[in-house]
Design a protein around this ligand. Structure first.
Ligand code: ADP
Length: 192
């Protein structure tokens, strides 16, 4: 089978990170999480990390320019060309979606699928308050969800226009959600 290249969209707290990790292992593709990459940069106090920290704490988005460069570089690495990827937390804005499309195009590649892991706002808010991550203050949560609706929701249409979008419910036990996601991915790979 050809390498899988997948994007997963979903509100903060949808369980996307956990599911992407499991999917990455299950299909042998590289899990690329922009949030994890940025948190690692903050942790090791790189120049990028120092710039990103305040932005992330406030729940704002790091600039498209910075994040596009980080992802382009990561996608260009050998492990990703050899195994494919599952993108988690990217793209989040129209400019990022465009940059990704162009980045893949110059490599002669295309996306197999964009999955929207759908969980309603009320449910994700509760989940985030329960997990109490350091950057999950109530104000930051509200702000991140607002930015998601404004910046990222329009991407659903972008992927739909390209016949790439599938919506999967993120409600219910983790294992059930995982099976649903696998069902969708296995469905598209068996078509090819
Ligand atoms: P969440 O989905 O809970 O926001 P992430 O781990 O995906 O968590 O991201 C954490 C933070 O990192 C975001 O709030 C944002 O500041 C920054 N970030 C991650 N991905 C992107 C992106 N694609 N564009 C801009 N900023 C990003």
């Amino acid at each position: 089978m050809e390498n899988l290249r997948i994007v997963i969209l979903g509100r903060q707290g949808s369980g996307k990170g956990t599911q992407c990790l499991r999917l990455g292992e299950s299909y042998g593709v590289i899990h690329i999480s922009t949030g994890d990459m940025l948190r690692a940069a903050v942790e090791s106090q790189t120049e990028l990390g120092q710039k990103a920290k305040a932005i992330m704490d406030a729940g704002d988005l790091v600039s498209d320019e910075i994040i596009n460069a980080i992802v382009a570089q990561r996608i260009g690495m050998n492990d990703v060309s050899e195994n494919g990827f599952i993108l988690d937390g990217y793209p989040r804005t129209a400019s990022q979606a465009q940059a990704l499309e162009e980045e893949l195009l110059v490599k002669g590649l295309k996306l197999d699928l964009a999955i929207n892991l759908e969980v309603p706002v009320s449910e994700v808010t509760q989940r985030m308050l329960d997990r109490s991550r350091a950057d999950d203050t109530e104000e930051a949560i509200r702000r991140r969800l607002e930015i998601y609706e404004n910046e990222t929701t329009p991407l659903l249409e972008w992927f739909e226009d390209r016949n790439n979008l599938v919506v999967v419910s993120g409600l219910g036990p983790e294992d059930e959600v995982f099976s649903r996601l696998k069902g969708v991915i296995d469905g598209i790979t068996s078509e090819n």
